[in-house]
Structures are given as structure tokens and as C-alpha cells.
Design a protein around this ligand. Structure first.
Ligand SMILES: [Fe+2]
Length: 308
């Protein structure tokens, strides 16, 4: 019953909004404000219960000790020292603790909360990117010093800081010096993660965030986070972030164009980046969709959700 109360409270009270509504666009990164940090479902006791329920399906993810922002973003469904979820939460304030809860929408209460966040934002998303689908949630719980390595994702992301402080570095998804077009294509087609160089940092937008802050960034915007010990006080040493991710007709069409561009590039051509030519994209997208379907059929693998 307690969960139901939290769910009902979420219906009207908790929301996310652009820090500057006049300049917000789904095509570029934008600072956000929110009060999701107050939501009962995103407090540590509720998250511990959620983590216990996600553990069996492999959706609790752990990174290796010693991971840096430049490490490849690999994570495992087993704790590196073999701790149980309850043990992880007992020791969550220990420096370097790191736990991510993936696909929290598999719990209906979280699915409803995420859907509500996106529904509230629909008026600023859909004029540019209609056809929202597959809303997913990723929660990162850590104690400083800890990091999330440099990476890109397929989805658009409303990234929200819920507790403690974290520095988020985000790069424009148009920055081809940081992630060249062939690297984006290899990620979209094969999930190959993008490499980091420290020289990239000066090209990033850096957000020093606390509860109530957030950043929107579109699909394939490189990003990484870091939390240090400067803000830690006794009993207040845990950082929690939530990524509310979603696909749209635009992210899907762009992924299809990347698929086709990758093949053109292997044939020695230099195809235009998605978005450069609406006419070219309208031909490439159905071809890319067909190529992706054929490729995954040949591999006997399931394509990444929401991409093709
Ligand atoms: Fe991410």
C-alpha cells in the first residue's frame, strides 16, 4: 500500500522542466530543473527494495574498482567482491561505492513515474520529435570518489541529479572531433563504445549539479560524470542520479541513416551525416532499416531496442 501512495503522489507533484523554456530544444543539450529528488520512489530505502527485485534479472550493474572517466564503460551484474544488495546498501557511503539500476521501468511503479515525467515534457518534445516510445530509467548510486566513464547512448536523456553532488560533462552530439562519424556508426550498428582522450575535456559543457538540477542531452551526446568528496558530510555522502531515457521517430530514423552510412563508408564513400539532407535521409532510412534487419537476422541476434 505504501508504494501505491507514493505512486499516487507522483501523479501531480513531481516533475521536470527546462531551466530556460524559451531556448529549450530536443536537438541540443539544455539545463533542467526538477523536484524528482523529493519523490518517495527515488529515496534510498525504496531503491534498496528495487535493487533487490532487479538483481535476479541482471539489471543491477557494478563497475570494477579503479575505473576512471577514460575507462571503457563496462559493467557486470555481479558485485566485484561478491556482496549482496543489502550489503552493498549497508556500505553505500564507503568511498568508491558504485551501483547502477538498469531498466527500472520493468517495475510498474517506476514505469508509471517515468512515463509521467515524460508525459509532462511532451509539449516541449513532440513539436520537434514526435512519436516518443520506450521510456526507460537508469539510476546511478555512488559514494565519492567515483565516476561514470565517457560514453554515448542511443536514447535522448533527461538526466537528473537527485541526491549529493555530481559533475556532469556533456559534449554536443554534433561534435565530430570528439566522436567522428564512423565511430558513431560503429556504436549504433555494433555497440562499440567510443574512446576518450583527456584533450576532449575542454570541448565539453560542464555542469556542477546538486538535487533539483539536471541536463537534457540528445541521443549520441558524449557524457561522463564524476563525484568528489568536497561536499560530503557525516550521514550525507551518497550521490544519486536518474536518467530518464526515451526514443522518438527522430532517434529511430537517425539510427537507420547511420546504418546505411556505415555501409556507404565501407564502400569508400563519404556520406553526409544524418540531418544534413532531409531528401537523402528519406532514402537512406528505409535502406538502413532493411540492412539492420538483415544484419541481425544473419547474426541470429536481437537488435538493440528502439533503434531500428
Ligand atoms: Fe549514459
Amino acid at each position: 500500500m505504501k508504494s501505491m501512495d507514493a505512486e499516487q503522489m507522483g501523479s501531480s507533484t513531481y516533475r521536470v522542466w527546462p531551466a530556460d523554456p524559451a531556448s529549450f530544444s530536443t536537438r541540443r543539450l539544455s539545463p533542467l530543473r526538477h523536484n524528482i529528488d523529493q519523490h518517495p520512489l527515488f529515496q534510498l530505502p525504496a531503491l534498496q527494495e528495487l535493487a533487490n527485485s532487479l538483481m535476479d534479472s541482471g539489471q543491477c550493474r557494478f563497475i570494477k574498482p579503479g575505473t576512471t572517466q577514460g575507462s571503457s564503460f563496462s559493467h557486470d551484474s555481479k558485485h566485484p567482491q561478491g556482496l549482496s544488495i543489502d550489503q552493498v546498501f549497508e556500505r553505500i557511503e564507503e568511498p568508491g561505492s558504485w551501483l547502477a539500476l538498469y531498466n527500472v521501468q520493468t517495475d510498474p511503479r517506476y514505469q508509471a513515474a517515468l512515463q509521467r515525467i515524460v508525459d509532462d515534457l511532451r509539449p516541449v518534445i513532440e513539436p520537434e520529435q514526435p512519436g516518443i516510445f520506450l521510456v526507460t530509467g537508469f539510476i546511478f548510486i555512488s559514494a565519492p570518489p567515483s565516476v561514470t566513464p565517457f560514453h554515448i547512448d542511443r536514447e535522448n536523456n533527461f538526466w537528473l541529479q537527485l541526491r549529493g553532488r555530481k559533475t556532469m560533462n556533456v559534449w554536443d552530439n554534433t561534435d565530430r572531433e570528439v566522436v567522428p562519424a564512423p565511430v558513431v556508426e560503429d556504436f549504433i550498428a555494433g555497440g562499440v563504445q567510443v574512446p576518450y582522450q583527456e584533450s576532449f575535456r575542454v570541448r565539453s559543457h560542464e555542469f556542477n549539479t546538486g538535487p533539483g538540477d539536471g541536463v537534457y542531452f540528445p541521443s549520441t551526446s558524449p557524457h561522463m560524470t564524476k563525484t568528489d568528496t568536497s561536499w560530503v558530510a557525516p550521514g550525507d555522502g551518497v550521490s544519486i542520479s536518474l536518467g530518464v531515457n526515451f526514443y522518438t521517430s527522430v532517434t529511430r530514423r537517425t539510427a537507420r541513416v547511420h546504418q546505411f552510412n556505415r555501409v556507404l563508408r565501407r564502400l569508400g564513400m563519404a556520406p553526409g551525416y544524418p540531418g544534413q539532407s532531409i531528401a537523402a535521409d528519406s532514402i537512406k532510412a528505409p535502406m538502413g532499416r532493411w540492412l539492420a534487419a538483415a544484419r541481425y537476422r544473419r547474426l541470429g541476434a536481437t537488435p538493440p531496442p528502439g533503434s531500428y
